[in-house]
Write a protein that binds this ligand. Structure first.
Ligand SMILES: CC(=O)SCCNC(=O)CCNC(=O)[C@H](O)C(C)(C)COP(=O)(O)OP(=O)(O)OC[C@H]1O[C@@H](n2cnc3c(N)ncnc32)[C@H](O)[C@@H]1OP(=O)(O)O
Ligand SMILES: CC(C)C(=O)C(=O)O
Length: 791
């Protein structure tokens, strides 16, 4: 069975390198892009198992034009009616822009040259490209020609090209240029390649030094047989030995048999070439033609404009792969779907740091009017320049580190995690990634983050969640101390396992005050170890600036503990973000441990306060009393407590509330049985209703700016004096389809009674499924409690 030989010299002979003295190309550098020729529609197409249809070739041609190619080899027209028809189609449908040269390939055979020239007749400008192989192998095996006969073949047919193109110009006005390829150039003796090209130039007889009259000598590495430095030597030899160099464009046509097509093209350019022929993404015979996208973008990353545009590289990939039905390898330079992706931890870490540093450098450069230079670890080009976003840059699997994960959190949640929190979250992701043995998508990571830190509300909300809060300052208990500072009081409503509770605590700042409140009310005894914050990028919208806070909590009795809990909070308000971060960390800390119930009896002593009362009402009735009502009811409770021997039970407190504010009670002296609201253009709202005034039903109608003032207008028809609304607030109650509205109204009643002015205030608290109804009924309840004087 055939296999690899132990001694390959028995089968293969090494190429013979050219001994070029004093070569110049190794010290040259790139200064400009070469002239490009895309041969996708010829060399690329001829290499496909299923050559492109006319529609596919047309689409591909339009793409090449869109990318900016000005010279496009569109066919081997003599090969088939399809290729011929394609060329005619482009010309007749006027699809060739004026600044684009179409090129067509022909062998050195008169009948085929004739057909080739016929194919382009009538187009504005065309390059006729003729070839014949010149190497000893081809001379001996394929053509069975001597060197002289090989030159004769090229010369004779060059003259035919000249004659036929001149006739065509005369007849149709088509402008022609001529390209000749000594096919198999790299296997041809260098001096013979020069000799045959000199002879072809003489036969063409009209090569001039201006760009359009130059003759193009295309030097194909038909089969790549040597390392690129030796190819460069061959090109430099040709460049320095061909006569009338100024009248010649040296073109390269590298294939990629040894995998060094790009290097060969680049070194060949340094060695004197002016032009490069290739295909997008390297399609072409065998291992392909040189990849024009790769070459162009290599120049671009050196700050040299390639004169072609790949700003939407994915579009280019899509069109090319649809047309030639060949995939682009995921690791293909610049274009592969993985080439801007880092899975490994150290790469991710470097890229993350690179983006951060570059952000600062660019900001400074913008300020100083300098250049925003791209210098990024592991990323030779800015993916954004190719229409790629940074999404794919960092992807996470078990090889990834904290840096990459933190990068994704920053990109997608705008959270710049402190280093220690990065480490903490990295462990969470690692555990999941190891367990599931798969790549973690961005969504997996952001979801893990939200679930771990109970971040983002909705279904991610933790057992503890902040609803509202007030931070106030009060003199320190140690007010005698010379430098005594005020303490901060946290007074807020939090949801605890879905039940709202009012909690209160004191501390040096909002965070320690909340920690104190959590200790007092929920037996959660934690202390702060680390706190950082940043604003969330607000350049676009200063109005919507938000703050993000990160907090590390440790057991209060072991501040050096190795166990700690991280939390994150975002809020418009910096204090709010810190408080949310505390609850986020506490949620992680408590897990599903049971929390103490709210005390069901309240003992009044010096420490009892409004918030305890408010908390009890919140728990029993779900009502979030407005601040003034809390104060008012607190006074009521204090008075009542005296009657209860300074101790009032939870149930008694609820009953007291209901009685005081007529909550849930039968209708009072003023009631509204039914109503209609009507919006009146320009003059507010009209309320028409069936009222009960002191036990008698009466219809009334009134107008106001809103439903409540319209209701007062109705009441004023029945009472003496004036009712005004001092406070109104409302909140939603319940969830989902059960949601209702709770309204709180405080009325002030001014009346002159028996010649004396009287001012009375009263609250109404009503819950209804309809928000307008809850407000109106709250007005009626409050009016029932201010002892109105009827007219
Ligand atoms: C390196 C490259 O990519 S070169 C371009 C290659 N592309 C193609 O070949 C695709 C299009 N080609 C074709 O459709 C056909 O080959 C045609 C129509 C051009 C010619 O078809 P045929 O006449 O049937 O010839 P065939 O395909 O067998 O080609 C071989 C013949 O052409 C000759 N030949 C090969 N190259 C050339 C050339 N550049 N100039 C002149 N004759 C040539 C061979 O010596 C051989 O001649 P022979 O029949 O006298 O021995
Ligand atoms: C016709 C020539 C230029 C060719 O395609 C090659 O040598 O690969």
């Amino acid at each position: 069975m055939p296999c690899m030989l132990h001694d390959p010299t028995q089968k293969y002979i090494p190429y013979t390198p050219l001994k070029l003295e004093n070569r110049q190309w190794p010290t040259k550098t790139f200064t400009k892009a070469p002239v490009w020729l895309s041969t996708d529609l010829r060399d690329g197409n001829q290499a496909l198992a299923n050559p492109m249809t006319i529609e596919q070739k047309t689409t591909f041609f339009e793409l090449l034009v869109e990318c900016g190619y000005k010279e496009i080899e569109i066919a081997y027209p003599a090969a088939s009616d399809t290729d011929f028809g394609f060329v005619r189609g482009l010309i007749e449908q006027k699809l060739v822009p004026d600044d684009v040269w179409i090129q067509v390939l022909t062998p050195a055979r008169e009948d085929l040259i004739r057909r080739t020239v016929d194919s382009v007749a009538g187009c504005k400008q065309a390059i006729i490209h003729m070839y014949n192989a010149t190497s000893p192998l081809f001379r001996g095996v394929v053509f069975k020609n001597s060197k002289e006969e090989t030159i004769d073949l090229a010369v004779k047919h060059t003259k035919i090209v000249r004659r036929l193109t001149e006739e065509c110009t005369q007849k149709y006005g088509t402008q022609f240029r001529y390209e000749y390829s000594p096919e198999t150039f790299t296997q041809t003796e260098p001096e013979f390649a020069v000799e045959i090209c000199d002879a072809v130039k003489a036969a063409w007889g009209k090569a001039g030094s201006d760009h359009l009259s130059k003759i193009i000598f295309n030097l194909p590495a038909t089969v790549e047989i040597a390392p690129p430095n030796h190819f460069a030597d061959q090109v430099e030899y040709f460049h320095t030995h061909i006569s009338e160099r100024q009248n010649i464009l040296i073109s390269l046509h590298p294939h990629n048999d040894r995998g060094s097509g790009i290097a060969a093209a680049e070194l060949g350019m340094l060695a004197g070439a002016d032009r490069v022929e290739g295909c997008l993404f390297g399609n072409g015979e065998r291992t392909g033609n040189v990849d024009l996208v790769n070459l162009a973008l290599n120049l671009y990353t050196q700050g040299i404009s390639p004169n072609v545009d790949f700003s939407d590289l994915q579009h280019v990939i899509d069109v090319v792969t649809q047309c030639n039905d060949l995939p682009v390898h995921p690791r293909h330079p610049y274009a592969g779907e993985l080439v801007f992706t880092a899975f490994s931890g150290s790469h991710q870490d470097a890229i993350k740091k690179g983006f951060e540093e570059q952000g600062k450098r660019h900001a400074l450069a913008r300020e100083q009017g300098g250049k925003e230079i791209w210098e990024m670890p592991y990323l030779p080009i800015d993916p954004a320049d190719l229409g790629q976003n940074y999404e794919a840059v960092i992807r996470v699997n078990s090889q990834s580190g904290k840096g990459g994960i933190a990068y994704l959190v920053k990109q997608h949640l705008h959270l710049d995690l402190p280093r220690k929190m990065q480490i903490a979250f990295y462990q969470v992701v690692q555990t999941i990634s190891d367990r599931e043995a798969r790549e973690m998508t961005v969504e997996d990571i952001t979801t893990a983050f939200r679930e771990t830190y109970r971040f983002g509300g909705g279904k991610y909300e933790g057992r503890l969640a902040l609803r509202s809060f007030k931070i106030s300052s009060a003199p320190s208990a140690d007010s005698s101390a010379e430098e005594a500072e005020d303490i901060r009081q946290f007074d807020g409503t939090i949801s605890v396992d879905g039940v709202l509770r009012v909690i209160r605590g004191d501390g040096n700042g909002p965070i320690s005050a909340l920690l104190n409140a959590l200790r007092t009310h929920l037996n959660v005894d934690l202390a702060l170890r680390e706190y950082t914050e940043h604003s969330i990028d607000t350049q676009a919208d200063l109005q919507n600036s938000r703050a993000a806070s990160y907090i590390e909590l440790v057991p209060a009795d072991d501040r050096k503990s190795t166990r700690s809990w991280w939390g994150v909070g975002v809020d418009r308000d910096i204090a709010g973000s810190g408080l949310r971060a505390v609850l986020s960390a506490v949620n992680t800390h408590i897990g599903d441990r049971a929390l103490p119930e709210l005390k069901l009896s309240l003992g009044f002593d010096a420490r009892s306060g409004q918030s305890d009362i408010a908390s009890a009402i919140l728990n029993s009735l779900g009502l979030e009393l407005p601040r003034r009502l809390q104060t008012a009811f607190f006074e009521v409770v204090q008075r009542a407590a005296r009657n209860y021997g300074n101790e009032i039970s939870y149930d008694a407190l609820t009953v007291l509330f209901k009685e005081t504010y007529g909550y849930d009670s039968p209708e009072g002296r003023v009631a509204l049985r039914s109503f209609e609201l009507e919006r009146i253009a320009g003059s507010g709202i009209r309320l028409s209703g069936a009222f009960v005034f002191d036990g008698r039903e009466k219809r009334a109608q009134g107008q106001g700016n809103g439903p409540l003032s319209a209701a007062l207008a109705c009441l004023h028809q029945a009472i003496q004096g004036t009712l005004t609304i001092r406070e109104y607030s409302e909140h939603a109650l319940g969830e989902g389809t059960e949601v209702g509205a709770a309204s709180y109204v405080e009325l002030v009643y001014d009346v002159v009674e028996n010649g004396k002015p009287r001012k009375t205030t009263g609250w109404g608290v009503v819950v209804d499924t309809d928000i307008a109804a809850s407000g109106l009924h709250a007005v009626m309840t409050a009016a029932s409690r201010v002892d109105v004087v009827w007219k």
